[in-house]
Design a protein around this ligand. Structure first.
Ligand code: CMP
Length: 147
């Protein structure tokens, strides 16, 4: 079944000039990039996007990291896009990825369990939620996402 998933290149990926190499990997892997936008997230947007992690010890660090520079948001489309994009990015902890999944995107451009360079929706439910978070809001709501 054709699926859509949300992919994000995080501030360390955009700032570290990894956008072109990541996009090449995406296209070479058979995904279509159907929507994309680069933007600077504000604290409220990150807190709302990552609401499920709000009680975690790393939450405030995550907010700081995710507001430290601009991100590139993309909607990726292909058969089995959700699981295939998760497989392509590799484990959350980039240090682990370098050992167990050396060809994964997080192994290539991530730094540790927080600064892991890219994000991918983890289920069909989160894909719908995350795509609409960035792309299907009324224009008046965009002020919550753009600094
Ligand atoms: P992501 O897959 O986008 O989803 C939640 C993010 O929280 C994750 O990538 C990391 O950036 C961050 N994160 C997850 N686990 C940890 C951790 N143990 N320590 C610090 N940051 C983490």
């Amino acid at each position: 079944v054709k699926e859509k998933t949300l992919a994000m290149i995080k501030p360390d990926g955009v700032g570290g000039n990894y956008v072109d190499i990541i996009k090449k990997i995406i296209l070479d892997s058979g995904f279509f990039i159907t929507q994309e936008m680069q933007l600077q997230l504000n604290e409220d947007a990150v807190k709302s996007f990552y609401a499920e992690h709000s009680s975690k010890s790393f939450f405030l660090d995550l907010v700081k990291y995710m507001t430290s520079g601009s991100v590139l948001i993309m909607v990726l489309e292909k058969e089995n896009a959700i699981a295939d994009w998760r497989a392509l990015i590799g484990p959350t902890d980039a240090n682990k990825a370098k050992v167990t999944h050396p060809k994964s995107i997080r192994a290539i451009c991530g730094f540790n369990s927080e600064r892991n360079c890219v994000h991918g929706s983890d289920s069909p439910q989160s894909a719908v939620r995350e795509i609409s978070f960035f792309f299907e809001k009324s224009s008046s709501d965009n002020s919550t996402v753009i600094k």
